[in-house]
Design a protein around this ligand. Structure first.
Ligand SMILES: CC[C@H](C(=O)O)C(=O)SCCNC(=O)CCNC(=O)[C@H](O)C(C)(C)COP(=O)(O)OP(=O)(O)OC[C@H]1O[C@@H](n2cnc3c(N)ncnc32)[C@H](O)[C@@H]1OP(=O)(O)O
Ligand SMILES: [Co+2]
Length: 133
């Protein structure tokens, strides 16, 4: 069901500073992408075996605003796994008692594919994102 780690997401209080840090390390950093439907601006750092997603709040009701209030210098925000069948993943999450966020309906993510999130309190303290492979 899940066998690829698509990205590791980090919430950052200042996107320009974060981009500069990763570029200084020689990382390949994408241009910022506003995702108003998700309340974030994202940047992807391409690695050989996965990606890092830098996240910054966008708009008034960003779902990551609370996280940055609690973690003002930023922090690891979520893991994103690719799954062959997102519908089956939703069913499995329900079977194991994990709440699927956003009324359980997939949304189109930064890669133009459907994604869902499972509540961190139901996954050992880790916010889990699942993206249709
Ligand atoms: C999809 C586009 C893009 C992509 O990759 O394509 C993205 O990844 S967009 C990423 C941004 N979108 C989301 O994160 C959507 C899902 N997230 C949410 O709905 C919220 O962030 C939620 C519900 C997980 C938390 O919201 P909020 O912090 O406002 O709620 P609470 O303060 O009530 O938090 C409840 C409880 O959970 C802890 N928490 C919050 N965020 C995280 C986290 N990222 N990792 C681990 N734990 C988290 C928070 O501290 C609270 O714990 P408590 O012990 O009760 O204080
Ligand atoms: Co993500």
């Amino acid at each position: 069901m899940m066998n690829v780690l698509n990205h590791i997401a980090i919430a950052v209080p200042d996107m320009s500073t974060a981009i500069a840090h990763y570029r200084a390390l020689g990382a390949e950093v994408s241009q910022p992408q506003d995702l108003p439907d998700h309340g974030v601006t994202v940047v992807f750092i391409q690695l050989q075996n996965t990606k890092i997603e830098l996240l910054h709040p966008l708009g008034e009701n960003s779902p990551i605003a609370g996280f940055l209030e609690k973690n003002p210098t930023g922090g690891l925000h979520h893991l994103c796994f690719e799954v062959e069948d997102l519908g089956a993943a939703i069913d499995t999450l329900s079977d194991v008692g994990a709440r699927v966020l956003g009324n359980g309906q997939p949304k189109i993510g930064a890669h133009g594919k459907p994604v869902i999130f499972a509540h961190p309190k139901d996954f050992h303290g880790v916010l889990m994102e699942f993206e249709q492979a």
